[in-house]
Design a protein around this ligand. Structure first.
Ligand SMILES: [Mg+2]
Length: 173
């Protein structure tokens, strides 16, 4: 049984994969749970998160890491409402001139930071904004396997997305 340091990572974006958006005009189903801390600012988007994502993510053979602008708020506001323990959080570096050039090149602003965070461990990255530019950059800068999996933000994570992740994780050496 490999230790947790050997497990593949799953970098998880929130806006798009967990909080669907953009499929106006029909309203999204909501899942109010009332588990937020009483002093948390009300964020109606949180009720769009289907609590079934928690157990489904926890069942995947990987370590889930928050890779979102929610940063520490993801552990405060999202993990409890879907039944996940506090997870590791990617802290984004301050933008630099390199990032400005990346933006011109079409590289996502998260890509470099995630490859650095992975430090050679295999990873899946689940996000509604990944492109082939990011896939190519990761392929040439990351020594281990990587799956950059785009989620349709109008639907959030679907059965098909989970199947793709499960299949990819299952074929890792
Ligand atoms: Mg997103």
């Amino acid at each position: 049984m490999p230790g947790s340091a050997q497990r593949p990572l799953l970098f998880l974006d929130v806006d798009g994969p967990l909080i669907p958006f953009g499929a106006a005009p029909q309203p999204y189903p909501t899942y109010p749970t009332g588990t937020e801390p009483l002093d948390a600012p009300a964020n109606p988007l949180l009720t769009r998160i289907n609590p079934e994502h928690g157990p489904r993510l926890a069942a995947l053979p990987c370590e889930v890491v928050w890779a979102t602008t929610w940063m520490a708020d993801a552990n405060e506001c999202i993990a409890p409402r879907i039944g996940l323990p506090p997870l590791a959080v990617v802290i984004w570096p301050e933008p630099t001139d390199v990032d400005a050039q990346d933006e011109r090149d079409g590289l996502h602003w998260k890509t470099r930071a995630l490859v650095e965070w992975a430090a050679g461990r295999p990873f899946a990255w689940v996000d509604d904004e990944v492109t082939d530019t990011d896939r190519a950059w990761v392929a040439s800068h990351h020594p281990a396997d990587a799956l950059l999996h785009r989620v349709d933000p109008r639907h959030g994570l679907t059965d098909g997305d989970y199947a793709a992740l499960d299949s990819w994780l299952g074929q890792l050496p």
